[in-house]
Design a binder for this molecule. Structure first.
Ligand SMILES: [Zn+2]
Length: 489
């Protein structure tokens, strides 16, 4: 008996020792650098004025293709050529899919695989009604209180103009890349993404296999729940996307003599069944790396849990499950978004249908998702069909820590000393998803700094870009392009 107790005690002491040792190994020296290197000087006022001018073009994407305004896009493109003449003189530019722009800055060393930089010209709609909630009209391009205000100031004219400012400067400085730099500016990311898809297909047709693709989808964040200090979130993967329509049919007729099965009743049970069968919610390798990277921002207990996920993983998962974004990171999400049924209070509709939008985690696929939904509903009379397209599979995961990730991380730590660098999975979709046909290494990151309160402005009210942060981002883009075009050592 005494022996068993002693053995138990020894095991406990060992576990505590391992937990404490592992805790001591994490978090105290995050992956940052404080090297000081020379950055270009950027005049924030001029850069902000250019971003504001770009915002004034109403390059809006809406679900109805009839609303597409070619003049706005052609106007923006003419303005780009006029404003960035050195860039357009250095690259050869072609139009793809009518309004998307593909520019190639040919490198001197054809053995190096090109790097692709993406940004999109279109923006989501914004109401111009006086009482719509915008403090400044969304397409006036107003600069006030240290910000450029307006739809697209962040998403994605921030990246588009930031890249053009930096690339134009490089060209004006007489830069000649060794590695070819490719710029892809799609025109309908917010709806179809056919512009970016056509650019990716063009590269594939030309047998081009980029070393890396850089797009929006990550940034430097401050004041986030998991880290108060600045964290560069580099998107190394993005979730898949599919919307399913669930349809229930039943006898119609007068509501005074209803059948036992009604279309609305059956549909409601189906939706409730799907919600009652959530997909697996679990830490994955990218999330674990993200947690480790930001561990220095945690309390001792938090660091201890992250350093010992073999023991505390389920606790960490339970904590993450308490927030909407935490759940979205852990697994595939279920979101019923539209419901259609009925037209008269005393008539039974024959048909009831609902749209359910899913964001697919890498451990699931469109096929496995449909099988899961069918099993959850367990009613063969409910018809399941795709809304629009057949969905997008979750992206592959790009290299973390090595290859192009290391190149990007070196730029971030040189331009933003003291910033933690962490991999991330993008919960929305970006144009870059189409480029998995040409490369595995896609990174979703724009070098701008956003506070936790800024995220609701993207696709929301009062979108704005901080003028100083914009200028700082241009310095980062300049170094990123400069190093991208250099010969690797
Ligand atoms: Zn965007």
């Amino acid at each position: 008996m005494k022996r068993i107790m002693l053995a138990g005690l020894a095991a406990l002491v060992l576990i505590v020792a391992v937990v404490l040792f592992r805790t001591s190994q994490i978090g105290d020296s995050p992956e940052t650098s404080s090297a000081t290197i020379a950055l270009i000087t950027v005049d924030p006022a001029t850069a902000a004025e250019h971003l504001a001018q770009a915002v004034r073009f109403r390059t809006v994407s809406t679900q109805d293709p009839a609303d597409f305004d070619p003049e706005a896009f052609l106007g923006l493109q003419a303005w780009m050529r006029e404003t960035y003449p050195d860039f357009y003189a250095a690259v050869s530019t072609e139009t793809v899919d009518s309004y998307a722009q593909l520019s190639v800055w040919k490198g001197s060393d054809p053995t190096l695989e090109p790097i692709v930089f993406l940004a999109h010209q279109d923006v989501v709609p914004a109401s111009e009604e006086p009482n719509s909630g915008w403090d400044k009209p969304p397409f006036d391009g107003i600069i006030a209180d240290g910000f450029v205000w307006g739809r697209g100031a962040i998403d994605d004219k921030g990246s588009l103009i930031g890249l053009l400012e930096a690339a134009n400067r490089l060209a004006a400085d007489g830069y000649q890349p060794a590695r070819t730099l490719i710029f892809g500016f799609g025109h309908n990311e917010e709806v179809l993404g056919s512009g970016a898809k056509a650019i990716a297909q063009t590269l594939k047709n030309r047998n081009i296999h980029p070393y890396a693709v850089i797009d929006e989808g990550g940034a430097i964040t401050t004041g986030m729940p998991d880290a108060k200090g600045p964290v560069a979130r580099i998107g190394v993967a993005e979730k898949g996307y599919v919307t399913l329509i669930l349809t229930a049919t039943a006898k119609g007729g007068h509501s005074s003599t209803p059948p036992t099965r009604t279309s609305i009743g059956a549909l409601s049970r189906a939706i409730a069944a799907v919600e009652a069968h959530p997909f697996e919610q679990k830490l994955d390798p990218v999330l674990k790396k993200m947690l480790r990277a930001t561990a220095s921002e945690q309390s001792f207990m938090g660091r201890m849990a992250i350093a010992n996920l073999w023991l505390f993983g389920p606790m960490v998962e339970t904590k993450m499950m308490k927030s909407q974004s935490g759940r979205a990171m852990l697994g595939t999400t279920i979101a019923p978004t539209i419901i259609n049924a009925g037209f008269k209070e005393n008539a039974l509709p024959r048909e009831a249908s609902a749209y359910v939008n899913f964001r697919i985690h890498a451990r699931d696929s469109v096929d496995s998702l449909i099988a899961h939904v069918k099993a959850a509903i367990n009613d063969p009379a409910i018809e399941i069909s795709f809304a629009g397209t057949e969905g997008t599979e979750p992206s592959p995961v790009s290299q973390i820590g090595t290859g192009p990730y290391a190149w990007l991380a070196s730029v971030v730590s040189d331009v933003f000393p003291g910033t933690i660098i962490a991999p991330n999975v993008v919960l929305g979709g970006t144009d870059s998803r189409y480029f998995s046909i040409v490369t595995d290494d896609i990174y979703r990151f724009a070098p701008f700094t956003f506070d936790s309160s800024d995220f609701s402005r993207i696709h929301g009210l009062n979108e704005r870009m901080n003028v100083e942060d914009f200028a700082h981002g241009i310095q980062a883009y300049y170094l990123m392009l400069d190093r991208a075009g250099s010969r690797p050592d």
